[in-house]
Design a protein around this ligand. Structure first.
Ligand code: ATP
Length: 277
């Protein structure tokens, strides 16, 4: 669905990506994880055709996204980290923007607003930042595009808002779509994504399905010194240690996304060797 081939990108003085080749496939909700400045937004903006590669290519549905063909743009939606909504009502906003998306689902939009508890009648400027963000997320989900890009969608939302967003993303997803969600707030994506891509300094450190991860690794709280000694990564807790270790028993644990992310960042070479086959 999305293919980066030998992709180079930099801002004036800052080279961000060097010869990156990676792809995103349909049927997955990707969690694009990485610390501040690792290149997540740059990658999303290149997919959306808002930035252009210096060398190499970025193709979406086999078309160069930078060419911004209309039939491509009507099937991609980017919810940026920083956004602006005009001083108008929700109804007017829909009237002027939804026609760009032929598969727009007004029922889903209304349903999202209900779940997010946003009054339909309000002017956008009368809403709080978090409420406006929820309107934009509702709009993005309702576009029904095949490729939805969300840059830090849970930033600025309260705990209830974060869980409402997770619920609505899962509800709007289907197998012919691909959703890429960038976040440095790793916990916000737990129980939502089914593929994890960790990015650091313009490199993809790891790209695996949640199923592969829980097949190979186990996540638990341990009180056994022996277990601690062979853990790939550990973190002391008030009582015991949170550990990541090889899943020797073959039982699938729940993925502790934050612990996994920290383990990859702390030991990229070890993680790479565990997942290389
Ligand atoms: N407009 C710009 N001009 C110059 N450098 C930029 C610009 N935008 C981003 N950068 C640099 O490119 C690198 C990648 O930035 P990017 O915004 O893609 O990271 P990010 O992973 O999305 O970070 P965050 O989690 O903070 O949103 C950073 O080093 C940043 O300083």
């Amino acid at each position: 669905m999305v293919k980066f081939e030998n992709f180079d990108f930099g801002y004036r003085k800052k080279q961000v990506f060097n010869n990156l080749t990676v792809q995103f496939n349909r049927g997955y909700i990707y969690g694009l994880l990485g610390k501040n400045g690792s290149g997540k937004s740059t990658l999303l903006n290149n997919i959306a055709g808002l930035l252009f590669p210096k060398n190499g290519s970025v193709k979406v549905f086999n078309q160069k996204s930078g060419e911004r063909n209309a039939d491509l743009l009507q099937d991609i939606f980017l919810i940026p980290e920083e956004f602006f909504l005009p001083d108008t009502t929700i109804k007017q906003f829909l009237k002027y923007n939804s026609p760009f998306y032929p598969k727009f689902d007004k029922t889903l939009f209304d349903n999202c607003l209900d779940v997010f508890e946003i009054p339909h009648t309000n002017s956008l400027q009368a809403l709080s930042y978090g409420q406006r963000k929820k309107v934009l997320i509702s709009f993005g989900l309702a576009t029904n595009v095949r490729l939805l890009l969300m840059d830090e969608p849970t930033n600025g939302l309260d705990i209830k808002g974060k869980s409402q967003v997770r619920k609505m993303i899962a509800r709007a997803f289907s197998d012919e779509k691909c959703i890429i969600i960038s976040s440095h707030q790793v916990r916000d994506l737990e129980n939502l994504i089914d593929r994890v891509m960790v990015i650091d300094d313009g490199r993809i450190l790891l790209d695996r399905s949640v199923h592969d991860i829980t097949d190979k690794l186990s996540f638990k709280i341990s009180f056994e010194p022996a277990e601690l000694s062979w853990a790939i990564y550990s973190e002391p807790l008030l009582r015991g240690n949170a550990i990541v270790s090889i899943n020797a028993e073959g039982e699938e644990d729940r993925l502790d996304l934050e612990l996994f992310y920290k383990a990859v960042m702390a030991n990229p070479a070890v993680m790479h060797s565990i997942f290389k086959n």
